[in-house]
Design a protein around this ligand. Structure first.
Ligand code: PSV
Ligand code: MN
Ligand code: MN
Length: 389
């Protein structure tokens, strides 16, 4: 294994982009308590200003994802201009059908045509936002399902879901895409209408080429081999996006790479292997909440974690690995794999950042910038991310 970051590796890292979520900058919490953080943004314009700090100190986060209605504004063109003036652009538009009383028993799957139409219309509004902001991707996560066996006709719901998604897909322009996110449970506890990659794959496959699957790393049962799913979706040409985060128990939405760095490494090895790194059709997004830590440094740490694990994945000696695999050298192959994972790339990355005019240590540079103190003094009554709203 090469122990240095070769020019090829540095070129790949220079292209890397991680999209940050607007809601990571708002206050968030659990159903027990939402703690306020001084300096929390009061509107989408301030969330984008905070996201721009992550880009400023890392050069890794040029796009900001929005969530509608949490980021609903009068003038989306103004929001787009604001983002661009700060050196970032608007990324994925996330729909939200999980906080409206009408959707208690379903949205895109609802039996009542009027309620289903309301849910479809919400997605059409999201596409209008995409048109106005220049966003390419519509991300759909559905909180739909049932709590008790027998409560619903699961088959009929799949059919209605297919029809709803088709109507939404048909409204997209040729440059826009739909990504469908799956999650195995929560808020529904018995059945969920899009619980797994197979269901998401089946649904998007019948829509068309510009419909893809979104893999949120926190949305699997404990013990799931997520890198296998990454490999399979890339193999099938249907991995449209990641929602990166990490978890100890359920959908914890903690900082990516914090709970299980080795899992992040294994995922990124498959991304590199499958041609998904810096591929325009595979969006790297964070979907995280910072319940008790400051949000901007939480996001800086997150994008750095993704970069570090990507560098380690790129260090993997693939030729040696392939030879060991072909020879059925079980322990030899595993040693080659672990060598790359164990390599500390932080000093090399710090030096490389400095050579590009960035701070060697973005966490320290942000802390020294005074931005956190300034927003804490200027902003009073910051917004919740939406979960506790
Ligand atoms: C649902 O748990 C989810 O992962 C979806 O992506 C939502 O849009 C997001 O969380 C909100 O944080
Ligand atoms: Mn998600
Ligand atoms: Mn989630």
């Amino acid at each position: 294994m090469s122990t240095t970051l070769t020019p090829d590796i540095l070129d790949a890292l220079a292209l890397q982009a991680v999209e940050v979520p607007s809601w990571a900058y708002g206050n968030s919490g659990t159903r027990f308590k939402v703690f306020g953080t001084p300096g929390t943004p009061r509107d989408p314009f301030e969330k984008i200003a905070d996201a721009a700090q992550v880009q400023r100190f890392t050069g890794l986060a040029p796009r900001v994802a929005l969530h509608i209605p949490w980021d609903r504004v009068e003038d989306y063109a103004a929001l787009r201009d604001h983002a661009e003036s700060l050196g970032v652009v608007i990324g994925t538009i996330n729909s939200n059908t999980f906080q409206d009383d009408d959707f208690k028993f379903g949205a895109l799957t609802h039996e009542d045509p009027a309620i289903r139409q309301k849910a479809i219309n919400h997605h059409l509004e999201c596409i209008d936002v995409m048109d106005a902001t220049g966003s390419r991707d519509l991300k759909i996560w559905l909180a739909e399902g049932s709590n008790y066996p027998g409560q619903n006709d699961m088959r009929a719901r799949q059919d209605r879901l297919q029809d709803s998604l088709q109507q939404i897909y048909d409204r997209l322009s040729d440059e826009q895409r739909l990504v469908l996110e799956y999650k195995f449970f929560e808020p529904a506890f018995y059945h969920t209408d899009v619980p797994d990659w197979g269901t998401a794959f089946a649904q998007v496959s019948s829509l068309g080429e510009r419909a893809q699957v979104c893999l949120d790393t926190g949305h699997h049962a404990p013990g799931t081999n997520i890198e296998f799913i990454v490999m399979q979706l890339l193999r099938l040409g249907k991995l449209g996006a990641f929602d990166f985060n990490s978890r100890f128990y359920a959908d914890d939405d903690l900082i990516v790479g914090a709970a299980d760095p080795f899992q992040l490494f294994r995922i990124l090895v498959e991304v590199v292997r499958g041609g998904g790194l810096n591929h325009p059709d595979v969006t790297f997004m964070l979907d995280q909440c910072h319940n008790i830590e400051d949000k901007i440094p939480g996001q800086i740490r997150s994008v750095l974690n993704v970069q570090e694990m990507t560098a380690r994945a790129l260090l993997l000696d693939r030729e040696a690995l392939a030879a060991a695999q072909s020879a059925n050298d079980v322990l030899g192959a595993n040693e080659i794999f672990m060598d790359a994972f164990q390599h500390d790339v932080r000093p090399a990355l710090a030096g490389w950042r400095e050579s590009r005019g960035l701070a060697g240590n973005p966490m320290a540079a942000y802390a020294a910038s005074g931005y956190q103190e300034r927003i804490a003094a200027e902003r009073v009554g910051g917004a919740q991310a939406g979960w506790g709203a």
